[in-house]
Design a binder for this molecule. Structure first.
Ligand SMILES: Cc1cc2nc3c(=O)[nH]c(=O)nc-3n(C[C@H](O)[C@H](O)[C@H](O)COP(=O)(O)OP(=O)(O)OC[C@H]3O[C@@H](n4cnc5c(N)ncnc54)[C@H](O)[C@@H]3O)c2cc1C
Length: 814
């Protein structure tokens, strides 16, 4: 029997494919003092029964890069460790039985090109030549990814474990972690059923037990188990090089397995499985069959591969997998406890993600920060309420099916809704609001006009709200529009050290007189953008930070990380206390002047200032800022005053052409103004210089700021080889969303980070980073022709380094 050590540099909890991959990659980075604890046996949780599909194309560039790395790793692991993995690259075919799905696949294929992934759009005939079982009668087309493949999950995990051991890691089976030790907000070790281990770092790779292991440490890990089904037929003589098949409309995937066919399903309504229904000693376990539940998927499989009708079924499998509220896995250092890391909630793609996720997390642990933009999967994207089990159970019933549902633009989840509502919610609903969900908030995306229903009719073309949103957009440009922006994250920082601290965290100068509002980025030491937001100095020692709702947890974590314990400043999250009414448009001053005795003239209340005003019976903070590029104010009201003020604005607004407006109009307006959106256009990988935000960086301010040295180095290079560029399509028909390739001179020089129709410009706009060894200057853009690829077709596009609408921002300062 192995003796459990008393101490290790890193303790990893969980011996599935993920825990073993993290251990493997830590040793590769030269960290041998790793202890991995598994409560039963390696792979005994979810890993052992995975179907073993290893796809590469994900929704974003970095997720695809990580999945690509997984394949590369699995291809070499046997040679390195001597342990077979069963990995083969037999390719995969995804089929489309209708035009919409084919458009989705073609858009995906275009995106794949940006990431250097081999992909072919193929005809049904070509598909059946590769996969002879296919019924192609109803197919529009298909996509073939030659480098996709499959592996044996148990063997691959054992190979990772062996590789980790070869690098010095110690793996203990039959050891259950029962508690997490911590001191002063930092993890210090674990308790187990066979003694305690002290450690600098603990990594939670406990799979579907990850939420409970997180709660031992006071860390929110929002995941929930669901049953996942597949069948394996009798031997039907399939060739071993048969490509993997995905028929998302039929909810099924199928792979060859020793001459048999394995058919798995991502059905629209799944069966969540609360942890208390899974026995404590669950190990290599499975749940009872549920043929009634699986039958519709099987019928779809038979329709697609008629030969299956005659095949006997050898195995019916039903096992657990964990799902997250947004179908993306959970990676990174928990904001609640320093040096406690999480890699869990893999939404049925844990095998294909394990290599990349393990590498990315190991680098994060060793370097103290992520080495690429991981915002898609970063644990800090979640909000504390999302660990709520009722919410998770509901959302999980939908999450499994979303893997194969149409990935419509602007698609909204149907479960776990109505969680966070502005106090104006009911009024907005009465006015025809169609709500979308963001971090639990119900936010208005658009308003249905009289006689129509506020429901999405999804498509890749112009959706049913297109014209409604256009008139909301036009109201903001021509008259005035009212947006409910209550979902903004809002933090108050107070105390004598606040100015000094904020000026170190912000790249812009926030040592300004009270009443001044400053747009700024927060940078990391590498000069990458951790956030962009507005800081308003309310008093000498009181600052208000306003950030995007989705960034609330992350930005709060960044503040706590960068404020030392002995600093004389407090941070209070006041998000829930304030309703935010954003009145934007050339008529906003005239409208507001009827509701306030305060002087709103340009002289008295210029752009970039904030002050308390009287409005209705209330006192409010008014900020003269904008995300739409017009004259306007954001009005911050203690929530209990908001309904009355809203009613007064609506009554008064009738004379000023006021329209209620939603997030889709906001997106269109901001793209015309080239305003960036954190998480899409700017991330911790992008610098403000590349992103065109150098105007908000004050290199010479007293005391410097985080990231200054890295940025100065970049500044010295004079010509930037990578820059965020705006594009406008010549043809107003095609619609852009994100990740469309940017072509120039027969080469892909980048891809779009955002896209939306600009109603004032009258065509689709996008922005994306363009890279060129010659440098990306105005001259470079003017002397080259650019095209944007949409679903395989290329469309000429006009590039610009400045905004297409009001590039001098004169309207903002009216
Ligand atoms: C039917 C099915 C088919 C699938 N097919 C595919 C596929 O084709 N491709 C793909 O990419 N993915 C697939 N998946 C998903 C994939 O299997 C998972 O995402 C992956 O195995 C998750 O790995 P893990 O290491 O996070 O979890 P697990 O394998 O469950 O590992 C977690 C480990 O933690 C241990 N543990 C828990 N609590 C403690 C504790 N307190 N102390 C010590 N140890 C603890 C558990 O015993 C367990 O071994 C499939 C899943 C299912 C259910």
């Amino acid at each position: 029997m192995k003796i459990l050590p008393k101490q290790a540099q890193v303790v990893i909890i969980g011996g599935g494919v993920i825990g073993c991959s993290v251990a493997y990659h830590l040793t590769k980075l030269g960290w041998p003092d790793i202890v991995l604890l598994e409560r039963r046996e390696l792979t005994c949780g979810t890993t052992w029964h995975a179907a073993g599909l290893v796809g590469q194309l994900r929704a974003t560039k970095n997720m695809t890069l990580l999945a690509q790395y997984t394949s590369e790793l699995y291809a070499t692991l046997e040679e390195e460790t001597g342990q077979a993995t069963g990995f083969k690259q037999n390719g995969s075919i995804s089929v489309a039985p209708d035009k919409e799905r084919f458009e989705e696949l073609k858009r995906g294929a275009s995106m794949a090109k940006c990431f250097g992934l081999e992909v072919e759009v193929i005809t049904p005939k070509e598909a059946v030549e590769m996969h002879s079982l296919l019924n192609i009668d109803d197919l529009e087309g298909a996509v073939f990814l030659p480098k996709d493949g499959q592996t044996n999950p148990i063997d691959v995990t054992q190979a990772l474990a062996k590789g980790a051991k070869m690098g010095g890691a110690r793996i203990f089976e039959g050891i259950k972690v029962s508690g997490i030790q911590s001191r002063k907000g930092r993890v210090t070790g674990v308790n187990t059923d066979q003694g305690d281990i002290t450690s600098e770092i603990v990594v939670n790779c406990a799979g579907l037990w990850g939420r409970e292991v997180g709660l031992m440490a006071g860390v929110n890990v929002p995941l929930f188990a669901a049953e996942h089904f597949y069948i394996v037929t009798d031997e039907i003589g399939l060739p071993s090089n048969l490509p993997v098949l995905r028929d998302p409309n039929g909810w099924i995937y199928a792979k060859e397995d020793a001459g048999k066919m394995l058919v798995g399903s991502f059905e629209p309504k799944s069966k969540p499985r609360p942890l208390h229904t899974i026995p404590d000693d669950f190990s290599f376990g499975q749940f009872p069959d549920d043929w009634e539940h699986f039958e519709p998927s099987m019928m779809n499989a038979i329709h697609r591969m008629p030969k299956l009708e005659d095949a006997g079924i050898q195995t019916f499998f039903n096992g657990p997998e964990s799902f997250t509220p947004d179908n993306r896995y959970i990676l990174g250092e928990a904001q609640e406890l320093k040096k406690f890391f999480v890699a869990a909630g893999f939404n049925s793609i844990g095998i294909q993600s394990a290599g990349g996720a393990g590498k990315a997390l190991a680098e994060w642990i060793v370097n103290g920060h992520p080495t690429m933009d991981l915002s898609d999967v970063d644990i800090r994207r979640f909000h504390p309420f999302q660990v709520n089990s009722k919410y998770l159970e509901e959302r999980t019933s939908e999450a499994l099916g979303l893997l194969y549902a149409m990935h419509w633009p602007f698609h909204q989840p149907e479960t776990g809704r109505g969680v966070r509502k502005s106090v104006l919610h009911d009024r907005l609903e009465k006015a025809g609001a169609c709500f979308g969900e963001m971090s639990g908030w119900e936010r208005v995306n658009w308003f249905a006009e009289a006689g129509t229903k506020p429901n999405y009719e999804y498509s890749y073309g112009r959706q049913n709200w297109f014209e409604f949103s256009a008139s909301e957009h036009n109201a903001a440009r021509e008259n005035v529009a009212l947006f409910d922006m209550s979902s903004f994250g809002k933090f108050l920082l107070q105390g004598p050290d606040t100015e000094k601290i904020m000026n170190r965290i912000c790249a812009n100068d926030v040592s300004v007189p009270p009443g001044k509002a400053v747009y700024t980025t927060w940078l990391n030491e590498r000069g990458g953008i951790e956030s962009d937001l507005t800081v308003t100095r309310l008093r000498e020692d009181l600052f208000l930070v306003i950030t995007a709702g989705a960034s609330q947890t992350r930005d709060l974590a960044w503040l706590h990380k960068n404020i030392s314990e002995d600093a004389r400043t407090t941070v209070t999250d006041v998000t829930s206390g304030y309703t935010v009414l954003s009145l934007m448009g050339p008529e906003s001053r005239n409208l507001m002047s009827k509701l306030t005795p305060d002087d709103l003239s340009n002289q008295a209340f210029p752009f970039g200032t904030g002050r308390e005003i009287e409005i209705g019976y209330a006192k409010a903070l008014a900020l003269r800022m904008t995300y739409v590029g017009e004259l306007g104010w954001e009005i911050y009201l203690p929530a209990e005053f908001a309904q009355d003020i809203y009613d007064k604005i609506i009554d008064t607004g009738a004379d000023h052409g006021l329209k209620l407006a939603g997030m889709h109009a906001l997106n269109s307006l901001r793209l015309e103004k080239a305003y960036r959106h954190w998480g899409h256009d700017i991330t911790d990988e992008d610098s403000p210089l590349e992103a065109g935000l150098g105007f908000a960086v004050k290199f010479d301010k007293k005391g410097g700021f985080i990231g200054r040295d890295a940025l100065l180095k970049q500044k010295e290079t004079k010509v930037l080889k990578r820059r965020l560029v705006q594009f406008a399509l010549d043809d107003p028909q095609p619609l852009l969303y994100h990740n469309e390739p940017i072509w120039c001179g027969g080469k892909i020089l980048g891809d779009l980070t955002s896209g939306m129709y600009g109603h004032t410009i009258g065509t689709c706009l996008g922005m994306g980073y363009v890279s060129s060894e010659d440098g990306v200057s105005k001259e470079f853009l003017e002397s080259n022709s650019f095209e944007i690829e949409v679903a395989g077709e290329r469309y000429p596009a006009r590039p610009s380094l400045t905004a297409f609408y009001d590039p001098k921002s004169e309207r903002v300062r009216m």
